[in-house]
Design a protein around this ligand. Structure first.
Ligand code: ADP
Ligand code: MG
Length: 266
């Protein structure tokens, strides 16, 4: 089976007034259909750059991104992108917000609207259709953003720190909801997170990135028992803490090496 997402030697150079900088350097990895992969790494290591490249929002300086074997050259309907900020339009009702993706892709049809309505119910927000975003809590708004992302039925979800602005309790609830919602639909997901325990609890695999330039330094495969468990249960598993500490140490050693001079004393 073709991978849902495949990155082959992706390099991104950003050119600004102060010169050119190598943001990510020859990143290659793939994600199987239905797999959940997390990207962790220090701020500025290129996590968002990787997601935006997969989304077709930026063109890589070098390398190729493929979705189900097809080269990405522009944004695709196969991809849903969800960000830390919910980006709901304040002047639109919840229902109108939910419809945006369908409007933009010319799919405001009966079955699609029905599916969106079903999603709203599934995330526990039936009855909020006529409310405005300002009338909902941060957690509720982020749930609407999730339903909106799913409403266009993307095969691949790109999630850029979607829960980092939420309080801990709400974040745990949304992890459960996201994990359940994606697994029953067999969706593929790539999650960027600062939270190591979130990465371990949600993922099949965790990719650890380092910066200057951004590369993938290591891959940690999450054992079956933890993968199969819902995120809250996964956190109680005896193997959870050893994995957490392994990833924590890897990230810490990345930070340390970064501060040290290299072999040439530079
Ligand atoms: P992360 O999401 O891991 O924090 P980013 O992908 O946002 O990292 O950024 C990686 C590097 O590229 C950083 O050094 C950042 O300053 C730089 N960068 C990101 N976007 C741009 C841009 N549009 N123009 C110039 N530099 C950028
Ligand atoms: Mg980022």
């Amino acid at each position: 089976m073709k991978p849902a997402v495949a990155l082959e030697g992706i390099t991104q150079v950003y050119v600004t007034d102060s010169g050119a900088s190598l943001a990510i350097d020859r990143i290659s990895f793939s994600v199987a259909p239905g797999e959940f992969v997390s990207l962790v790494g220090p701020s500025g290591c290129g996590k968002t750059t990787v997601l935006s490249t997969i989304a077709g929002l930026i063109q890589p300086t070098q390398g190729t991104v493929k979705l189900f074997g097809e080269k990405v050259e522009s944004p695709s309907e196969k991809v849903g992108y969800m960000l830390q900020q919910d980006y709901l339009f304040p002047w639109r009702t919840i229902w109108q917000n939910l419809m945006i993706g369908l409007e933009l892709t010319g799919r405001l049809t009966g079955p699609h609207k029905e599916y969106a309505s079903h999603l709203l119910e599934e995330i526990g927000l039936a009855g909020t259709e006529q409310l405005y975003p300002s009338q909902l809590s941060g957690g509720m708004r982020q749930r609407v953003a999730l339903a909106r992302t799913l409403a266009t039925e993307p095969e691949v979800l790109l999630l850029d720190e979607p829960f980092s602005a939420l309080d801990y309790q709400t974040k745990l609830q949304l992890e459960e909801l996201l994990s359940h919602t994606l697994s029953i639909r067999g969706k593929t997901a790539l999650l960027v997170t600062h939270d190591i325990s979130e990465a371990v609890a949600m993922s099949d695999r965790v990719l650890i990135m380092g910066r200057n330039p951004g590369t993938i330094r290591r891959e940690v495969v999450i054992p079956h028992e933890i993968r199969e468990a819902a995120p809250l249960k996964a956190r109680e598993h005896p193997q959870f803490h050893p994995l957490f500490h392994q990833i924590w140490r890897e990230l810490e050693s990345e930070e340390r090496q970064e501060g040290e001079p290299d072999e040439n004393g530079e």
